[in-house]
Each structure stands twice: as C-alpha cells, then as structure tokens.
Design a protein around this ligand. Structure first.
Ligand code: NAP
Length: 342
C-alpha cells in the first residue's frame, strides 16, 4: 500500500509514465476516497461511515427517487451523447455518485435510461435546453464528426465543459478545437477500461486526461475538478498526458491488443480439457475483444496516425519469426540429407 504523499505524487506526477497500463494495484480501495481541490489537487480523505453505508446500499437498478437523496453541492449535470455500450456503462457510476445524467443517442434508449435513472432525450435540442454543465461525447469514433456537428451549441450555456472519451485522442482534440465555440472548455479523456475490465469496479484502472482548454475562473476549474473527481473517487489511476503521447502509446498497446484478439478470433481458438494458463489468457483476450464493436476497432486504426506503423511492424515480426523457424527446418533437413548421402 502506498503512503499518502507518494500516492498523491503519482496522481499529479509529470512527465507521465509511458506505460498507460501499469497498475497501482489496490491502493485506492478500502475506506479512503479521493477528492479534487483546485488549490491542492487530488486529496485522499477517509470516507465517513454514513457515505460508506450509502455507497454500499446503492446498486445499479435504482431510479431517480434514490438519486435525489444523495445530491450534494458537488453534483454535476452531465449529458452523455452516444448512449451505447460504453455510455451506459459510465452512466451507471455517474448516477451512483449522485450526478444528474441526461442522454441522447441515435437509437431510442428511453427504457434502458429509465432503468438506470437517466433522462433520455431523443431530440438533442431538448437535451441542450436542460443546460448540462458537462457534455460528454461517447459516440463511435467514426461518427464523432457528424454527431458533434449536429449538437445545437446555441442552446447550451455559454460556459459548458465538453469532454470526450474516445479511444483515440488527437482526432477529437482537433475536432473540438475546430468546431466548438471558443467559450466552451475542452477536456479530452480516455478511460483505459471498459464494461468488461471495469465490471467489478474501477479501482486501479487508468484514466488518461488532457486539459486541452480550461478557463481560469474558479467555478470553471471547480467544475473540471468535480468531473475528474468522478473517476478519482472510484479509485482510478489518474494520468495526465498529451493527446499526441496517448495516441503513440495506445497504438503500441491498445491497438495491438485489439488486433491480436481479432486475429485469434478469426483463427478460431478452441477450448479443451488441457488448456494452459497462457492459452486461457488468449481465450479471454478473444472474448473481450469480440465484445467491442468493429466500429471501435476500425476507429482505432483509421483515426490514430501511429496505427498503420504498428500493423506493419506486427506483420514484419510475424514474417521474421516464420523465416527463423523455416530457416531452422531447412538446416535440419540439409544436415539429414547430407548424413544420408554419406
Ligand atoms: P462504439 O461502437 O464505438 O460506439 C457506439 C455508439 O456510437 C453508440 O452510442 C451509437 O449510437 C453511436 N453511433 C454509431 N454510429 C453512429 C452514427 N452514424 N450516428 C450517430 N451515432 C452513432 O461502441 P462503444 O463501446 O459504446 O464506444 C463508445 C465510445 O467510447 C467510442 O468512442 C470508444 O472509442 C470509447 N470507449 C469505449 C470503450 C469500451 O471499452 N467500449 C472504452 C473506452 C472508450 P446508437 O447506439 O444510438 O446507435
């Protein structure tokens, strides 16, 4: 277990460690919680018994009735645009923390939203008229541009925080800077986990973020801090990193992981009674990858400039391995033929 000073320095440290996937194990679990203060950054504070009891009593099926009991001055009104697999997954935790969650998506998710305690709006105009403090873009990478362009910005408050959770980062960063009105703040983030890896909680899982454009006023800084606190409170490992660095490292890690999962899926791995631990890991990888949409995988490739290089590097590595194996085989046959000849 890390002591508090070292934990705090991990959360605020710069430069950021290159490996986004390294874990701080369970340092954040137990009876402490993290909060964000504009002056002091993230703070670890003991949770009161009351809060812990409240958290223990919350599950993901409560409705708006229970939500209203746990509203606090730190609650945010968060609009999720793109209420598919990942949007719903994040909404559950937002609601459980007492935030007001609104959603809009291409498909009608009214029933699902109601079960989660989320207000669903089929028309983005109606959603924007609710004046959310945070608008979080959670749509597929491929549809991001058209979805962003369809948001009626003029119906939002002049000061709104725009966040994205796309698995690539330079692309939404440029898009936000190009399309969003100048008054809006911009926070690019990537929760480096999903419904599968985060199904038992987010403690120790990495949350990458880049403050692309955040104003200097106290309320603005506080709003941005309260949004980050959603993830810090759950025990995420908070990593501040530029979008460019993110895309470089994630092409090497996330894109390759997805590629291997999809290659092995097509290869057709089968389970047997003599699976080794390593093989079980591969089966799990295939299972996890298959749960993500092909749009997501396609987005990782098409909207990350580093992905093509990584794919070529992978192909070269495969060819070089094959060459080495065939080379060994050839020299063995060569020796045998020579011995037989003698
Ligand atoms: P996804 O396939 O990447 O995106 C599905 C979402 O995109 C749905 O809300 C869908 O709306 C919307 N969408 C797709 N095509 C659209 C179009 N032409 N017009 C309007 N909306 C469209 O799957 P996902 O897993 O839910 O991911 C959502 C975002 O989160 C992605 O940007 C992804 O990179 C990011 N992310 C995902 C994970 C993960 O583990 N899944 C982790 C971190 C970040 P409808 O459902 O209404 O059709």
């Amino acid at each position: 277990m890390l002591s508090f000073p070292s934990l705090k320095s991990c959360l605020t440290a710069k430069p950021v460690p290159p490996n986004l996937h390294s874990s701080l194990s369970d340092s954040f679990s137990g009876s402490k919680s993290l909060s964000f203060n504009p002056q002091t950054g993230f703070n670890l504070r003991p949770k009161s018994l009351q809060i812990r009891a409240m958290e223990a009593s919350l599950d993901y099926h409560f409705g708006t009735q229970l939500q209203t009991h746990i509203k606090t001055p730190t609650s945010l009104k968060i609009a999720i645009i793109g209420f598919g697999n990942f949007g719903q997954f994040l909404a559950k935790t937002f609601v459980s923390q007492g935030h007001t969650v609104l959603a809009h998506s291409r498909s009608d998710y009214s029933d699902t939203a109601a079960k989660l305690g989320v207000s669903f709006f089929s028309d983005p105009h109606d959603l924007c008229e609710e004046h959310p403090e945070v608008v979080m873009l959670c749509t597929s990478i491929l549809s991001t541009k058209s979805v962003l362009k369809s948001i009626p910005f003029h119906r939002l408050r002049r000061s709104t925080l725009f966040v994205d959770v796309l698995s690539v980062k330079e692309f939404p960063r440029s898009l936000f800077l190009e399309i969003l009105p100048e008054e809006f703040d911009i926070l690019c983030t990537h929760p480096m986990f999903g419904p599968e890896s985060g199904k038992n909680g987010w403690a120790g899982l990495t949350f990458m973020y880049d403050k692309v454009r955040i104003g200097n006023d106290d309320p603005i800084i506080s709003r941005y801090g309260r949004f980050l606190d959603v993830f810090a409170r759950e025990g995420c490992r908070m990593v501040e990193m530029s979008c460019a660095d993110h895309d470089k490292y994630s092409a090497e890690s996330q894109f390759i992981t997805h590629t291997m999962g999809r290659v092995l899926e097509r290869f057709g791995l089968e389970s047997s009674s003599i699976n080794t631990k390593g093989y079980e890991t591969l089966l799990k990888l295939v299972e996890n990858t298959a749960k993500d949409s092909f749009d997501l995988y396609c987005g990782l490739f098409m909207y990350n400039n580093n992905a093509m290089d990584q794919l070529e590097k992978l192909e070269l590595a495969f060819q070089s391995l094959k060459r080495e194996l065939f080379g060994n085989l050839q020299s063995l046959y060569g020796r045998q033929l020579f011995e037989e000849g003698e």
